[in-house]
Design a protein around this ligand. Structure first.
Ligand SMILES: Nc1ncnc2c1ncn2[C@@H]1O[C@H](COP(=O)(O)OP(=O)(O)O)[C@@H](O)[C@H]1O
Ligand SMILES: [Mg+2]
Length: 262
């Protein structure tokens, strides 16, 4: 027998408990939080922990209900039905993670309605099927409320269908620990600390005008570059600043802040 190793996930608060209560009570869970703060990693971790197959759907503007439920496709002389990831997940009692659900077309939310309430049923009009989800099925979704105002909101009535957990960037010590772990201690603790101090400085400067701020993901990328020998200022520029903005003025301001730490 082989024992699987859990993906590295540093627990931050009560997310594990909340997840378990949702699963045990057949409630769908919505993870809210900015990009790159550990939502996907957490779901992968929970799936491994429960030994469940996880199907992830990453939504974009074109993602529609058909993409999730399935479609008829032509195969030789026949037309055959092809399950989409949501249907597959219900049929095989796995977990489905609908990432960035607010990005998808509205019909995606309509499609999951009956699965997210007491019915726990997926209606497939085209094949005339009604699939009742087993207690082992779980629907998890994520959404980034930071996009508010840019037109990417979830309707309140949809939000109310989920138990919802707020994620955030971890506090200083935990974030340092995450970075060091992710780069297998290839950088000095002091450098990890500088990265986090820099990140928190930028996160607190609303006036910079960034749409998205420095995420744990960007810090990990940058730490990998530093760990491999790229000079820290350059690593910050290509690992954090350029991915965050194209605006020359904001870039200049960010570079000045980097220079305070490296
Ligand atoms: N709590 C955490 N434990 C371990 N790694 C984390 C954690 N939070 C963030 N990370 C790191 O940040 C990266 C981005 O996290 P991810 O889960 O992809 O973010 P999200 O899904 O919220 O956009 C991960 O690949 C990992 O390196
Ligand atoms: Mg994600």
């Amino acid at each position: 027998m082989t024992t699987k190793t859990l993906p590295y996930y540093r627990v931050i608060g009560k997310e594990v408990e909340v997840f378990e209560y949702c699963y045990n009570n057949q409630l769908p869970l919505l993870l809210k939080g900015p990009t790159g703060c550990g939502k996907s990693r957490f779901v992968e971790f929970m799936a491994e922990k429960f030994n469940k197959k996880l199907i992830t759907v990453s939504c974009h503007e074109e993602t529609s209900a058909i993409d999730l439920i399935g479609r008829f496709v032509i195969k030789g002389a026949e037309t055959v039905w092809l399950d989409g990831p949501l249907t597959r997940s219900v049929r095989e009692n796995s977990w489905i993670y609908i990432d960035e659900i607010a990005e998808a077309r509205p019909d995606v939310l309509v499609a999951i309605h009956s699965l997210t309430d007491y019915r726990r049923t997926l209606y497939i009009d085209k094949t005339n099927e009604e699939l009742i989800a087993s207690p082992e099925f779980m629907l998890i979704a994520s959404y980034n409320p930071g996009y508010q105002g840019l037109g990417k909101e979830i309707k309140p009535s949809t939000k109310q269908r989920f138990v919802s957990f707020q994620f955030n960037y971890p506090n200083q010590d935990i974030e340092i620990e995450i970075i060091l772990n992710e780069v297998r201690h290839k950088i000095k603790e002091d450098d990890a600390k500088r990265l986090v101090l820099f990140a928190n400085k930028v996160r607190n400067l609303q006036e910079l005008g960034l749409v998205e701020t420095v995420s744990t993901r960007l810090l990990v990328h940058t730490a990998k570059l530093i760990g491999d020998g790229l000079p820290p200022r350059l690593a910050c520029e290509v690992g954090i600043l350029n991915p965050l903005t194209d605006d020359p003025e904001i870039l200049k301001n960010l570079k000045d802040i980097v220079a305070l730490f490296f």
